[in-house]
Design a protein around this ligand. Structure first.
Ligand code: MLT
Ligand code: MN
Ligand code: ZN
Length: 304
């Protein structure tokens, strides 16, 4: 199985257009040893030719242009991207669907009913796309049971609901429902190898621990280092958990949670531009290195 990180940043990307924080200004003026990152998306394939996209980032056009395996090869209109799985209805995970409107086929979209609702009402991408390529919505299970994507041979997906957050525009922002956010175990049927993807994760529930233990590789919420990181940066008073993201540091944080997981490749993804781990020379990054935790970057490819 191949996993391609198309975008490892959180909403806004890194640097963010209007942000003058330590990281964003540092990467712009070259003071910081850091890689820029586009917004949150990965692609997964078993054969390197037919790919499932996880999330459609606002940066998808550039992401696909830099990803030759997705380029058209057969006929006048074609793509290596065969289906899209949405893990939530956040703007950074869905806006790219509009950039896929030139498709000559309806987009095959796998998401929960909650996400479908948001994308048919508050942010009506599905309604809009009906006037372009159209979409075929496939509901995903929320209890960890398996589903497949026709034409994507040799991959099986298991999705479950996560405690994180629906987007600010959703009626569920302060009224959580199952399926507002999901995590997905991706399994290669022929080898049994698995990867777990959960870029928005606020609480490590028992089913999440089980997924951590089962997967050979986990790509997990790396948004914030500290609970009050945005406030410390002088940006806003929103706390990490209010936004549905478990911070890495501190008691019960992601580093502690991941220390309980052995024999697994651990990769943080969906990194917010304020997070000090973006600076490869920072003490926080050294702490992750010592804990055996990687930080995803755009273009990272993982083969399992
Ligand atoms: C989030 O996951 O909280 C987002 O990155 C926010 C956004 O896209 O604005
Ligand atoms: Mn996000
Ligand atoms: Zn910034």
């Amino acid at each position: 199985m191949k996993i391609r990180v198309l975008g490892a940043g959180a909403g806004g990307g890194f640097p963010q257009w209007n942000c003058n924080c330590h990281n964003c200004s540092g990467v712009r003026n070259g003071r910081l040893n850091a890689k820029t990152r586009t917004q949150s998306s990965i692609a997964v394939s078993s054969d390197g030719e037919r790919w499932v996209l996880f999330n459609a980032s606002p940066d998808i056009r550039t992401q696909l242009e830099h990803f030759p395996a997705s380029h058209p090869r057969h006929g006048i209109r074609d793509s290596g991207i065969k289906a899209v799985i949405l893990i939530d209805s956040q703007i950074d995970h869905t806006t790219g669907l509009l950039m896929l409107r030139e498709s000559t086929q309806p987009l095959e979209i796998y998401c929960s009913d909650m996400v479908k609702q948001d994308l048919s009402t508050g942010f009506p991408l599905f309604t809009m796309l009906a006037h372009y390529c159209g979409i075929n919505h496939h509901p995903v299970p929320l209890d960890g049971s398996a589903f497949i994507v026709p034409g994507i041979d040799d991959l099986r997906f298991h999705s479950h609901s996560l405690k994180s957050k629906a987007p600010p525009y959703s009626p569920h922002r302060h009224d959580p429902h199952n399926g507002d956010n999901i995590g997905v175990i991706i399994e290669q049927i022929s080898t049994g190898r698995t990867v777990y993807y959960a870029p928005g994760l606020g609480e490590i529930e028992p089913h999440v621990q089980q997924a951590f233990a089962k997967a050979e590789c986990i790509l997990v919420d790396g948004t914030f280092w500290q609970h009050d990181e945005m406030e410390r940066a002088g940006i806003c008073t929103k706390l990490a958990l209010e936004m549905g993201h478990l911070p890495q540091s501190g008691p019960g944080g992601m580093i502690e949670q991941l220390s309980a997981v052995t024999d697994t490749r651990k990769v943080l993804i969906h990194i917010n531009n304020t997070n000090p781990i973006l600076d490869e020379d920072s003490p926080e990054r050294q702490q992750l290195n010592a804990a055996g935790i990687e930080v995803a970057y755009d273009g990272l490819e993982i083969s399992l």
